[in-house]
Design a protein around this ligand. Structure first.
Ligand SMILES: [Zn+2]
Length: 107
């Protein structure tokens, strides 16, 4: 079993997210960082670029798998964070879908 790559963390890395080398807590920290950056754009009515959305969607897929494929039942706190993240990504996708013309112009 691998251990989280963040110095001083030492928590185990779940198989589903083993490729990223981060424990669940740090995986979610990074995922929320990406989502917050995208949310800040959406609050200013700025377009989101496709690669940001793809990245968030990848994280959301992994997070969804964590809910269902982790052998040990997740504690309530991380489970709520995952659900919050999935909701956040869903909102961002809806936002991006409403601004198709703008999204197409982003480099
Ligand atoms: Zn960690």
């Amino acid at each position: 079993m691998r251990v989280c790559g963040i110095p001083g963390c030492g928590r185990k890395v779940a198989l589903v997210i083993a490729e990223g080398g981060l424990c669940l807590t740090h995986f979610l920290d990074h995922a929320f960082d990406h989502a917050s950056a995208a949310l800040a754009y959406s609050r200013r009515s700025l377009p989101l670029d496709a690669s940001t959305l793809d990245c968030l969607l990848d994280d959301a897929n992994l997070a969804a798998q964590l809910l269902t494929e982790t052998p040990d039942p997740l504690e309530i706190a991380p489970r709520e964070r995952i659900l919050e993240f999935l909701l956040c990504v869903a909102n961002l996708h809806e936002y991006a879908a409403r601004l198709p013309a703008l999204s197409a112009h982003v480099n």
